[in-house]
Design a protein around this ligand. Structure first.
Ligand code: GDP
Ligand code: IMO
Ligand code: MG
Length: 432
C-alpha cells in the first residue's frame, strides 16, 4: 500500500481533476502542492460539473481532508470566492475538511496586474500566453525572499514591514510601465479585507500529513499543469513558474520524498496546449478542429481555445523518464472514436537527423519535425465504456501501442468526463 501522486504528463488539462476525484474515493487526504488558480480541474459527478482552481479535487467527497500545501501560491480573494461557489453547489467546506498551509505564499492584486501588463508589453514572439493570474510574479517574489506568506497575516506590524519591502520593489516596476505607485496603507487594508475569511482554514500542513501517515491514512498528491509546463523540464520559457513533476509533491507539501509513492501520469489520448510555445504535433487543420470540437477543448480557467494535435509518444516517454512516472491514466480515448486513421509521433527529425528525445533549446524545439506512425482508427463508440472487454480491437491496439512507445503501463482508462466512466486496470494505491 502506498500513496499516489497524480501528475499531468503533457501541457496540462489531461483530466487530472477527474482522475483525482475517482481515486479520492480510496484516499483519506488530498493535497495540492504547486501552482495556483491558473489550474482548472473539472469533475463531473452524476451530471453535475464542478470547476476547481485552488481547492483540491477531494473537496467534493465528504469525510476527506483537503490540503493546500506550502508549494501552492494562494490568492486569498480567489480562494474565498471559489469556496463560496463550490459551497453554493452543495459541498460542505469548513475548517475540518480544508487546511491551508501557513507557509504558503500569497498572490496579491499587484502580481496579477503586473503579470497582465508585462504580457501585454511582450512582442508577439515573446508572449507566453499566461493565465494573467499573477502566478509567475508571486513565485518570483517567493524565490527573491520578499514574498508575503499566509502566516504573516496574523502579525500586523510584521506584515506591514514585509509589504513595505515588497512595494519598494514593485513600485519601481510600476513606475517603469507608467502606472501609479501603490500606497502601503491601501495594499495592507485590501489584503486584510480579502484575507479575513482565510485564517479559519490556516494550519500546519506538514504536521497533519505526518499524523495522517502515522495513522496509516492514504494520501493523494494532486498536481496542476503538466510535465511540459514544468519550469525545468518543459518548453522553457513557455512554461509555468513552478516544478510540476512528482518530486515537487514532497517539497510542496512538507513530506519526505519516499512518502510520495506511486506516480500516476495523466495523459490525454491526443495532445492539447493552451497558450503559446512550441507544439510539434499540432494540427492546424481539419483533424485538429475535429479533436477540439469532440473534446470540447476550451480552457477551464480562461475559456481560451486549446490547440490540438496527435499523440506525441516522444514527449510522454520523456515525462515518464524525467518525472519518474510509474504508470499512466489514459483519458479522452472516446474523443478518437470515428477517425479512419490516427497518427502517433514516434520520433523527430532535426537538421536531417532522427532523434528520439525532445531537445531543450528553444530553437531546436521550434524546428523539430515529427515522425509519425499511422494506425487504424475505429468506428465503434468507446464513450462511456466501463470495461476493457467493451473496447473495439483497434482501440485496444492503440492503447497497447502507446504503452510500448512510452515504456509505461496504462493503469487506468477514462472514456467520458463522468466519474463512473473509468476502467481501472491496476489500483495505483496497491501497485508498488
Ligand atoms: P485537468 O486540468 O487536467 O484537471 O483537466 P481539465 O478539467 O482542465 O480538462 C479536461 C476536460 O476533459 C474536462 O472538461 C473533463 O471533464 C474532460 N474529461 C476528462 N476525462 C475525459 C474523458 O475520458 N473523456 C472526455 N470526453 N472528456 C473527459
Ligand atoms: P491545469 O492544472 C493548461 C499555461 C498557460 C501559459 C503558461 C504560463 O488545469 O492543467 P501561468 O499563468 O501559469 O504563468 O501561464 O502555462 N497553463 C496551463 N495550461 N492547464 C493548466 O492547468 C495551466 N496552467 C497554466 O496557458 O501557457
Ligand atoms: Mg485544466
Amino acid at each position: 500500500m502506498s500513496n499516489v501522486a497524480v501528475i499531468g504528463s503533457q501541457w496540462g488539462d489531461e483530466g487530472k481533476g477527474k482522475i483525482v476525484d475517482v481515486l479520492s474515493r480510496e484516499a483519506d487526504v488530498v493535497v495540492r502542492f504547486q501552482g495556483g488558480h491558473n489550474a482548472g480541474h473539472t469533475l463531473v459527478i452524476d451530471g453535475v460539473t464542478y470547476k476547481l482552481h485552488l481547492l483540491p479535487s477531494g473537496i467534493v467527497r465528504p469525510g476527506k481532508l483537503s490540503i493546500i500545501g506550502n508549494g501552492v501560491v494562494v490568492d486569498p480573494a480567489a480562494l474565498l470566492k471559489e469556496i463560496e461557489t463550490v459551497k453554493a453547489q452543495g459541498v460542505d467546506i469548513n475548517s475540518d475538511n480544508l487546511l491551508v498551509a501557513e507557509n504558503a505564499n500569497l498572490i496579491l492584486p499587484v502580481h496579477a496586474f503586473l503579470d497582465q501588463e508585462i504580457e501585454k508589453a511582450r512582442d508577439s514572439k515573446g508572449k507566453l500566453g499566461t493565465t494573467g493570474r499573477g502566478i509567475g510574479l508571486c513565485y518570483e517574489d517567493k524565490v527573491a525572499r520578499r514574498g508575503i506568506r499566509v502566516c504573516d497575516l496574523a502579525h500586523s506590524d510584521h506584515l506591514r514591514a514585509r509589504l513595505e519591502n515588497l512595494l519598494g520593489h514593485h513600485n519601481i516596476l510600476l513606475k517603469g510601465i507608467g502606472a501609479d505607485p501603490l500606497s502601503l496603507d491601501k495594499v495592507y487594508d485590501e489584503l486584510m479585507k480579502s484575507a479575513e475569511g482565510l485564517l479559519e482554514y490556516v494550519g500546519v500542513a506538514w504536521k497533519r500529513l505526518d499524523e495522517a501517515h502515522k495513522d496509516g491514512k492514504k494520501i493523494l498528491f494532486e498536481g496542476a499543469q503538466g510535465h511540459m509546463l514544468d519550469v525545468d523540464h518543459g518548453t522553457y520559457p513557455f512554461v509555468t513558474s513552478s516544478n510540476t513533476v512528482a518530486a515537487q509533491a514532497a517539497a510542496g507539501s512538507g513530506v519526505g520524498s519516499k512518502m510520495v509513492g506511486y506516480v500516476l501520469g495523466i495523459t490525454k489520448a491526443y495532445t492539447t496546449r493552451v497558450g503559446t510555445g512550441p507544439f510539434p504535433t499540432e494540427q492546424e487543420n481539419e483533424a485538429g478542429q475535429t479533436l477540439g470540437e469532440r473534446g470540447h477543448e476550451f480552457g477551464t480557467t480562461t475559456g481560451r481555445k486549446r490547440r490540438c494535435g496527435w499523440f506525441d509518444a516522444v514527449l510522454v516517454r520523456q515525462a515518464v523518464k524525467t518525472g519518474g512516472i510509474d504508470g499512466i491514466a489514459l483519458t479522452k480515448l472516446d474523443v478518437l472514436d470515428g477517425f479512419d486513421e490516427l497518427k502517433i509521433c514516434v520520433g523527430y527529425e532535426l537538421e536531417g537527423r532522427r532523434i528520439d528525445y525532445y531537445p531543450a533549446s528553444t530553437v531546436a524545439q521550434a524546428n523539430v519535425k515529427p515522425v509519425y506512425e499511422t494506425i487504424s482508427g475505429w468506428q465503434e463508440t468507446t464513450m462511456g465504456a466501463r470495461s476493457w472487454a467493451d473496447l473495439p480491437a483497434a482501440a485496444v491496439k492503440y492503447v497497447r501501442h502507446i504503452e510500448e512507445l512510452i515504456e509505461a503501463p496504462v493503469t487506468l482508462l477514462s472514456t467520458s468526463p463522468d466519474r463512473d466512466d473509468t476502467i481501472l486496470m491496476q489500483d495505483p494505491f496497491r501497485a508498488l
